[in-house]
Design a protein around this ligand. Structure first.
Ligand SMILES: NC(=O)c1ccc(NC2CCCC2)nc1
Length: 260
């Protein structure tokens, strides 16, 4: 029986940034409902000098500063205490451009971690400056993940992207009104277009099918739109899917309409 992801600790120099997920919306409600326990740990608390330094100049020279092993290592050990697990029962993820690209599969893997998996207890490490001492990565990091091929000022936003994606997959996090949206992405397809009042925006009207009240026809139209948009915008996602006969028929119809 898989018990979904339960506890996450984040090691960050800017814990206040995580108000962005703890103070609003679906993520706030999920945390308040206790679907997930989020613990924020500032490595500055574990620095050894009175100036509370967590960074130092890079060996070999060069611009900027590098985060030191010491405070980060102590922060990981403290995180294990806070999660009430031994080190081998936790899974340490470092967010960096050097990591494996975060995609649907990885989110699903982490969200569905079952009871005995150490991925049940995550420790996310958000770096700052030019990065962290490589020996911390070798000694403490189980997995490096990247949210995309660009450099950010810190790992906090990537950590929040991962947390948001994970939290939405926890049972009870999405009310019924949203779980449908979740389903469309569950199929690995892009979402269909959405419309709401007013019926006319300038000359643009709502597709007639959506006004028909014919729920079966509407469902088929939405599936066809998801298939067609995935074909047009992300053919790579389509490659990875085995379409049913119905889906293939809907897509073929979309393509022939598209080609005019
Ligand atoms: N694409 C990413 O997921 C990503 C992660 C961290 C980061 N910057 C951090 C990494 C160490 C110092 C700042 N930039 C980009």
């Amino acid at each position: 029986m898989s018990r979904n992801l339960r506890k996450v600790a984040v090691i960050t120099l800017f814990p206040e940034m995580f108000r962005a997920i703890s103070d609003s919306g679906i993520t706030r409600r999920a945390l308040e409902q206790g679907l997930l326990e989020l613990t924020l740990i500032n490595p500055r608390e574990f620095s050894s000098d009175k100036h509370q330094t967590v960074d130092d100049r890079p060996y070999g020279g060069g611009p900027g500063m590098v985060m030191r092993v010491g405070p980060l290592a102590l922060a990981v050990e403290h995180a294990c205490e806070r999660l009430n697990v031994r080190r081998e029962q936790a899974w340490v993820i470092y967010l960096s451009p050097q990591g494996q690209r975060l995609g649907k599969a990885k989110v699903d893997e982490l969200a569905n971690a079952d009871t005995e998996s150490c991925q049940q207890n995550l420790i996310l490490v958000a770096g700052r400056y030019e990065g962290i001492d490589e020996r911390f990565i070798q000694r403490y990091v189980d997995e490096e993940l990247s949210i995309g091929d660009y450099v950010l000022s810190g790992g906090e936003l990537p950590a929040m992207v991962l947390l948001d994606a994970l939290i939405r997959k926890l049972p009870g996090a999405l009310g019924d009104e949203l779980s449908a949206q979740q389903d469309s992405f569950e199929t690995g397809l892009l979402d269909c277009p959405h419309y709401t009042r007013p019926e006319k925006v300038g000359e643009d009207e709502v597709p007639a099918v959506l006004m028909s009240g014919d729920h079966k026809r509407i469902e088929l139209w939405r599936l066809q739109q998801s298939l067609g948009r995935t074909w047009l915008r992300r053919p790579d996602l389509l490659e990875a899917l085995a379409l049913t006969e119905l889906e293939q028929k809907l897509l073929d119809e979309f393509i022939s309409q598209h080609n005019g």
